[in-house]
Design a binder for this molecule. Structure first.
Ligand SMILES: Nc1ncnc2c1ncn2[C@@H]1O[C@H](COP(=O)(O)OP(=O)(O)O)[C@@H](O)[C@H]1O
Ligand SMILES: O=C(CO)[C@@H](O)[C@H](O)COP(=O)(O)O
Length: 499
């Protein structure tokens, strides 16, 4: 029997999955690492923490399993998107990585529109210039840390840096490159027009590869540290949302996924590159060749729940915190939460907006607040579901993945707010499963990703919407939607008082 490993380099932790040829999950391990938030709007991580965390998780996986390591034939990746890693001419990291949820770059986004032209930029990249994307981060380093920027010879994304450390070879795959804001999505190549307009050298951009491509063997450093064989083949992998889509079978038109990790995402398959949302939804290359996906992003989804737990109920586990939320009535006794803790992307691309609890009453208890956080995150994701429906998509079933899919009541809340059947898979780790599937496909185990997905993916249960709840949530959703327009100018005035 042969095996593969899927590595999911997430924001809260790296998770590694061992999967056999039949698509069965044989083992898993993980290692957490910290987020560095020096100021409001800043979010960084140390690339070395990803490397050490992955070594740690892989060695735990190898130690737990009884199979000979020679039978582990391949490894591939799913990675948190957009984070900037800058390397010097000796391929050494120049600074902490600036992550996808860092929103310090509003000025640089304006500079991009000024130099390229907003309409032209959207036509080339099919996306807005958003604070979270990589290109404005490159411009931020150039204007704030010029000495450091002058030493930069290559830029990479998080999982590309990890893969470089595992193989010694530098690449970026198309699905992640699409999220840099520098890829010409019509031509599938780095945009020379954008590079020229912004006076950036094309030498900064790594070679592009497809997600299933073989890119080298595991080097001795990683083999020695983890116990894996240096004969293990390494395949490029993809952006976490592309891999989440692969790992939950979003491989044809009409399929929709909701992922609640640190961020929250509603994603829909797109077979046609000429489709356009004029930047209202993100539009990126899939990990499947010649395919795309559209998505809306809630910057602080699981992060909101995590923040709430760490701030108000640190001693509780997620299970303890969420226990009993099913007994709180729909609408959390008149309490609404907006999850804009680090700004927002969809539908309000606004780095300065912040969250709120509206309707607090002295009778409210911890459980009411907890339910209200779950509902607020889900309302935010519903904004994208509604936008897709307005564009003519039929969304009657949603595959739910990520840490948020662990809780049964939250899945019921998703079914009731989305007014759609929610499908939960046996593993909520869609991105890691997608990465394992890419390794299996790279090894030639399957004719195509759809065949691989049919072997790997297993439905655990289906949660149907409850009509009475759907009606109540529809009323609450229209109240929720008014919070943004009524709080955004207050929030903008508060910016100067933030840390
Ligand atoms: N038992 C649980 N029930 C509901 N949500 C959970 C549970 N455990 C974790 N979460 C949520 O899942 C998030 C982590 O999800 P994950 O998919 O692992 O994130 P990432 O890929 O960003 O590292 C946490 O921030 C938390 O909000
Ligand atoms: O910025 C985006 C997508 O555009 C995020 O979805 C990141 O890719 C991080 O994902 P998680 O750590 O939440 O999985």
């Amino acid at each position: 029997m042969s095996y593969v490993i899927g590595v999911d380099l997430g924001t809260s932790a790296v998770k590694v999955l061992l999967v056999n040829e039949h698509g069965e999950l044989i083992g898993e391990a993980s290692c957490e690492y910290p987020l560095i938030q020096e100021k409001a709007g800043y979010s960084e991580q140390k690339p070395e923490d990803w490397v050490e965390g992955t070594k740690d998780a892989l060695s735990k996986l190898v130690q737990q399993s009884t199979i000979p390591v020679e039978q582990i034939k391949g490894i591939s990746f799913s990675g948190q998107m957009h984070g900037l890693v800058l390397l010097d001419d000796e391929d050494q990291v120049l600074r902490n990585s600036i992550l996808w949820n860092d929103t310090r770059t509003t000025k640089q986004c304006e500079e991009i529109y000024e130099m390229v032209g907003k309409e032209r930029y959207i036509r080339i990249t099919k996306n807005l210039a958003l604070e979270g994307f990589t290109l404005p981060k490159i411009l931020w380093v150039r204007s704030h840390e010029p000495e450091l920027f002058n030493q930069a010879t290559t830029f990479l994304l998080p999982k590309d840096y990890l893969r470089y450390r595992m193989t010694g070879n530098i690449h970026m795959d198309y699905s992640d490159a699409a999220g840099t804001g520098l890829l010409d999505l019509n031509e599938n190549q780095w945009s020379s027009e954008i590079l020229r307009a912004l006076n950036l050298s094309s030498k900064l951009c790594p070679n592009l590869v497809h997600s299933q491509e073989f890119v080298g063997y595991l080097n001795d450093d990683f083999a020695n540290a983890t116990g894996l064989s240096p004969e293990t083949k390494v395949f490029a992998g993809g952006a976490d949302n592309a891999c989440g889509a692969i790992g939950s079978g979003i491989l044809e038109e009409g399929k929709t996924m909701c992922s609640i990790g640190t961020s929250g995402v509603v994603l829909s398959y797109e077979g046609d590159s000429s489709t356009t949302y004029d930047g209202k939804a993100h539009f990126f290359n899939h990990g499947k060749e010649h395919a795309y996906y559209s998505m809306g992003v809630t910057l602080s989804a699981g992060h909101s729940l995590n923040w709430f737990k760490e701030t108000f109920a640190k001693e509780l586990s997620f299970e303890e915190l969420l226990d009993g939320v099913d007994r709180v009535p729909i609408g959390s006794q008149g309490l609404l939460f907006t999850p804009y803790l680090v700004g927002e992307r969809t539908p309000h691309a606004d780095a300065d907006i912040r969250g709120s609890f509206i309707g607090m009453d002295s009778s409210h208890q911890l459980k009411d607040f907890t339910r209200s956080v779950l509902e607020g995150i889900t309302f935010s994701l519903n904004e994208t579901i509604e936008m897709f429906r307005e564009r003519g998509k039929t969304i009657d079933t949603v595959i739910s993945i990520g840490g948020g899919a662990k809780n049964r009541e939250w899945l019921q809340i998703q079914a009731d707010i989305f007014n759609a059947k929610i499908v939960r898979l046996t593993s909520e780790q869609g991105p890691g499963m997608g990465a394992a599937l890419l390794a299996g496909y790279g090894l030639g185990w399957y004719e195509n990703l759809t065949e691989g997905a049919s072997k790997l993916i297993e439905v655990k249960d289906e949660i149907k919407p409850i009509l009475d709840n759907v009606e109540k949530y529809q009323q609450l959703f229209s109240i929720y939607q008014r919070i943004y327009e009524n709080t955004h100018s207050i929030n903008h005035q508060l910016v100067e008082f933030r840390k």
